[in-house]
Design a protein around this ligand. Structure first.
Ligand code: SIN
Length: 296
């Protein structure tokens, strides 16, 4: 397994050439020193998805660990577990049928004005086989576009809508939803299609499964372009696949990736706990640096 020698306090091993890394050698629940903790943050900036192995978390300690990464982003859809406002529980029982939670490529809460910057998912009960999560890099997707398509998308604004999100979640009988979750049907957020990461300056494509239209284009013009971008964004060369083990904490830089839960473990139970960390209002490329040549 390749080890990234830029990290000295933790062991970081890339999962694919596109994104994702396995991390060993840190116990997040024991409040590690800043140098080790900062390397986890740095690994997230570099790899966008990290699977931190051999953790030993309870909902309470997940809460403590998560809040070291930043404040809770809020979640207008899912009801939290009792006593912890920022933690939700996802359960799939062996005899459940239908879609699993998070099936189909998406970004978490992309229709919020400030989508979560990080999603953290802790695996408590994991099937002996299957139940992986796939991720795709929106930074790689941006870089792979032709200069002509990059130019076309610069300054474009995508409209992302909560419409239909309640229905998808309500179809899953195991999901506890907030009492007012139906209100998200009316929420819309406008995000630049080409964004820059506030800390690293890296450019990425902001597309999501709930992107409904592109401002300034007709519906007939927007739809095929959105469909193309969504297909492009999940090409296999931009992907990695996290193979879960019990006690893995997977953290992803939510606006930088699309992800999908794989529905391939009938007959097995899967229990995970999720929380999210506040992000930022997606930022367009600053006008002064708005040239294709500077694409990160
Ligand atoms: C999610 O989409 O947040 C859940 C992904 C998973 O359960 O693998």
């Amino acid at each position: 397994m390749l080890r990234d020698t830029q990290f000295r306090h933790i062991t970081v091993s890339p999962i694919t050439g596109a994104l994702g890394a396995d991390i060993h050698g840190i116990d997040l629940a024991s409040h590690p020193d800043d140098p080790a903790f900062d390397e986890v943050r740095r690994a997230l900036d570099k790899y966008h998805v990290v699977a931190v192995r051999e953790q030993n978390l309870t909902p309470q300690t997940l809460h403590t660990v998560a809040r070291r990464f930043g404040p809770f982003s809020g979640n207008p859809v899912h009801a939290p577990i009792e006593g912890l406002d920022d933690i939700i529980r996802f359960v799939r029982e062996p005899d459940d049928t239908g879609k699993v939670i998070g099936e189909d490529w998406h970004m978490d809460l992309a229709w919020m004005a400030k989508p979560p910057g990080l999603t953290m998912l802790y695996g408590e009960v994991i099937p002996p086989v299957g139940g992986d999560t796939c991720f795709s890099s929106l930074a790689q997707a941006y870089r792979a576009l032709s200069p002509g398509m990059q130019a076309l998308l610069h300054d474009r604004i995508g409209v992302h809508s909560g419409k239909g999100v309640f229905e998808i979640n309500a179809a899953n009988s195991r999901l506890a939803l907030r009492e007012d979750a139906q209100n998200i049907d009316t929420i819309e957020a406008e995000h630049p299609i080409v964004c820059v990461h506030p800390a690293t300056g890296e450019r990425y494509l902001f597309v999501s499964s709930v992107m409904q239209s592109i401002k300034g284009l007709t519906a007939e013009e927007s739809r095929p372009l959105i469909d193309y971008l969504l297909r492009h964004a999940v090409r296999p060369e931009f992907n990695c696949r996290v193979r879960w083990a019990p006690r893995t904490l997977t953290i992803w830089a939510n606006p930088f990736v699309l992800h999908t839960a794989i529905n391939d473990y009938p007959g097995y139970r899967r229990v995970t706990y999720r929380t999210t960390v506040e992000g930022w209002v997606p930022m367009a490329v600053p006008a002064a640096s708005d040239t294709i040549a500077q694409a990160a």
